[in-house]
Design a binder for this molecule. Structure first.
Ligand SMILES: Cc1cc2nc3c(=O)[nH]c(=O)nc-3n(C[C@H](O)[C@H](O)[C@H](O)COP(=O)(O)OP(=O)(O)OC[C@H]3O[C@@H](n4cnc5c(N)ncnc54)[C@H](O)[C@@H]3O)c2cc1C
Length: 199
């Protein structure tokens, strides 16, 4: 799995701060006002900051969970038009690695890939042959999400009840945005404090 920031609001704390200030007739953005909005649940102002992320090599199982988050935009590699293949085409769950299940998992995946390629060789379209592939099949996408929806996603998907792959995706998303710029670091840290109830 790899997550890269393609584009993001340049100064998210300023943009959210200006939006929050507009509500109260205060033109100058202030981080304190942004913090108060988060504390008070005035979350619509956070919709003005957005990030566009490239997410590579997650399983179709993880994709299905991610795209349940409706308040975001997605463009996903189509297995109708793109052939699946290469040496590293599926996600092996860490829980099976080193167990007896790993060899069964790999054997089943290999059989599925053999059948997929045979079907294509026999004239099936990619869009039909893909029915033979497992949920572990990797895919990639571009997602655009605003900071309010991102907060909802991180709340739900960093939680210990979330499945390991989307939990690690959520952690990676949080990390790359913190690393993107000083203001994104400040924003993500603030959202983290709100999630942890320290705000
Ligand atoms: C641990 C865990 C287990 C899950 N298990 C299952 C499962 O077994 N089966 C399953 O189907 N899903 C499951 N889900 C998915 C879950 O039900 C949500 O679909 C997913 O987390 C997206 O959350 P969301 O609706 O808040 O996000 P978004 O779709 O991004 O919506 C954001 C917010 O907008 C509002 N909103 C959006 N659409 C509507 C609407 N139509 N009406 C009213 N308000 C709306 C809500 O306040 C919502 O929280 C699971 C999620 C988690 C985290």
């Amino acid at each position: 799995m790899q997550v890269t920031v393609i584009a993001a609001t340049q100064s998210p704390m300023d943009v959210i701060g200006i939006a929050a200030g507009m509500c109260y007739g205060k033109p100058t953005p202030s981080p304190e006002r942004v913090r108060r909005c988060a504390e008070n649940g005035h979350m619509s102002v956070f919709e003005h900051a957005t990030a566009t992320l490239q997410i590579e090599d997650i399983s179709r199982a993880c994709l299905a969970q991610l795209t349940r988050h409706r308040i975001a935009s997605y463009s996903v590699t189509s297995h109708r038009y793109c052939e699946v293949g290469g040496g590293d085409w599926c996600v092996i769950p860490p829980s099976v690695v080193g167990t007896d299940a790993e060899s069964r998992f790999r054997a089943q995946a290999s059989d599925a890939m053999w059948s997929y390629q045979a079907a294509i060789d026999e004239g099936a379209k990619f869009e039909d042959a893909r029915y033979l592939l497992p949920e572990a099949t990797k895919t990639s996408l571009v997602m655009t999400i605003n900071a309010r929806s991102l907060q909802n996603l991180l709340t739900l998907r960093l939680d210990s009840h979330a499945q390991w792959e989307i939990r690690s995706l959520a952690a990676e998303v949080e990390w790359v945005l913190m690393d993107y710029s000083k203001q994104w670091y400040t924003l993500m840290e603030l959202l983290q404090e709100v999630r942890n109830g320290n705000c």
